[in-house]
Design a protein around this ligand. Structure first.
Ligand code: GLU
Length: 447
């Protein structure tokens, strides 16, 4: 059987992390099996849909690198699907729904009720054979017992979720429905609809929910709930993808950092975990650090320049070699790119405030003559290089009878305004003689 899976979001203006993971698991399964990944926008509820809401989904999938394989050909040059295909939109498929509803009506499997069309739900329990959850026998609830039938076409002609979801799964030959466990409660209705249409239902894999670290349900406002926030917070998509893979799936050897190629090779439905996944921000940060360290230079520069630009700092005003040298001193020193402007902004501005705790600790009277002596030693260097700067600082410390740190801290504060940052000797080398000495002079006036 050739696997065909789909991600079927309703455009709500928000791509929840759980939705992004559902998309990812479907995509991984398609790539693992050599199958087809379909994107279907479930936008029949016209009142709630907007183009912006669709863009949030498309931008999110694009950012994660989840490309879909088929769909109607579109003139939209930004459509990332193969061969220029856009996603399927249910709002463009209403004729199909109409036709199928008529078929149900003519066979007595649905009926008119107050202008709407209701589906005759089967009364017997429904067996759901779920690849993750196991076998579930779903009986009618007490409330359904009174009236098990449900509306499939509203009186205003709008086809309803259960109907369109199933019709499209039939029309698109979907073989596996991989979706959040919150949909398990809908599945009996879906299976009954498949039966009514005379089509065997697909395989189901309902994946556990993502909870907050404290086990509570993740709401829209919770940290990490929106996929869009990860790009804005300076995360790398490859770190987020790796992290999402681990939310509810685990390779047998418990490894955590896995390349996408490896994940595709290993990903399979039986390994999806049954218990709910808890959001672990620390693990995400750890993966972000791992991926940041191994970034190719060009990509690292590009992402860094963007991070500065977002913070209103234009690095293009500086020579490229200077920007690259500055950024090289930051590699592996920060986790998300969002931290970079405050970590290394001193390279790109001469006016900055000094960290106030640092001022209290390091800009103290007894340090003034020490910093002056260090400044003079630096000024006398032939070449303003990291090794020379280090030697000069250490010998000045020896002459003064103090530890190197006594000079390092005020010097760093003078040169950067911060109490922590890139290696002092390297950052001074990058800043160069003129800027470094000017900054030390400026600081000396503060004592
Ligand atoms: N439109 C539904 C949702 O966004 C899709 C459910 C499904 O995957 O079948 O939750």
């Amino acid at each position: 059987m050739k696997v065909r899976v789909r991600f079927a979001p309703s455009p709500t203006g928000f791509l929840h992390i759980g939705g992004a993971r559902t998309a990812l698991f479907n995509w991984l399964y398609a790539r693992h099996t050599g199958g087809t990944f379909i994107l279907r926008i479930e936008d029949t509820d016209a009142a709630r849909n907007s183009l912006e809401a669709v863009s949030v989904i498309l931008d999110g999938l694009r950012w994660l690198g989840l490309d879909w394989d088929e769909g109607p050909v579109t003139a939209d040059a930004t459509a990332p699907g193969k061969g220029n295909c856009g996603p399927y939109f249910q709002s463009q498929r209403t004729a199909n729904y109409q036709r199928r509803v008529e078929a149900l009506l003519s066979r007595g499997l649905a009926y008119q009720h107050e202008g709407a069309v209701k589906f005759k739900m089967q009364r017997e329990p429904v067996l759901i054979k779920d690849l993750v959850v196991g076998d579930v026998i779903r009986k009618l609830t007490d409330r359904e017992e009174a009236d098990p039938d449900f509306v499939i076409l509203r009186s205003d002609g709008q086809p309803m979720f259960h109907l369109v979801n199933v019709i499209d799964d039939i029309e698109m030959d979907v073989t596996h429905v991989i979706r959040g466990e919150d949909h398990l409660s809908n599945t009996a209705k879906h299976i009954a609809l498949f039966n009514a249409f005379g089509v065997p239902p697909p395989h189901y894999a309902h994946i556990p929910l993502i909870l907050n670290a404290d086990g509570s349900k993740m709401s829209k406002r919770d940290k990490g709930a929106s996929l869009t926030s990860y790009a804005a917070d300076g995360f790398l998509p490859e770190a987020v993808v790796n992290y999402l893979c681990l939310l509810g799936w685990s390779p047998k050897d418990n490894r955590e950092k896995l390349s996408l190629a490896e994940t595709i090779e290993r990903f399979d439905l039986p390994q999806i975990l049954r218990h709910n996944a808890r959001f672990d921000y620390e693990k995400l940060l750890w993966l972000q650090g791992e991926y940041s360290r191994s970034l190719a230079d060009d990509r690292f520069y590009e992402l860094a320049v963007h991070a500065f630009a977002r913070a209103g700092m234009d690095t293009n005003k500086f020579p490229l070699a200077y920007v690259k040298a500055a950024l090289d001193t930051c590699k592996g020193k920060f986790k998300t790119f969002q931290e970079l402007p405050s970590y290394a902004g001193f390279y790109f501005k001469n006016e900055f405030d000094y960290n106030s705790d640092g001022v209290k600790k390091d800009f103290i009277p007894e340090n003034k003559s020490r910093l002056q002596k260090l400044r003079d030693a630096f000024a006398g260097l032939d070449a303003f290089t990291a090794p020379n700067l280090e030697t000069a600082l250490k010998s000045t410390a020896t002459d003064l009878g103090v530890k190197a740190g006594v000079l390092v801290h005020p010097c760093r504060l003078a040169a950067t305004g911060n109490t922590a940052g890139p290696s002092l000797y390297h950052l001074l080398e990058v800043l160069g003689r003129e800027k470094s000495l000017a900054r030390m002079d400026r600081a000396l006036e503060r004592f």
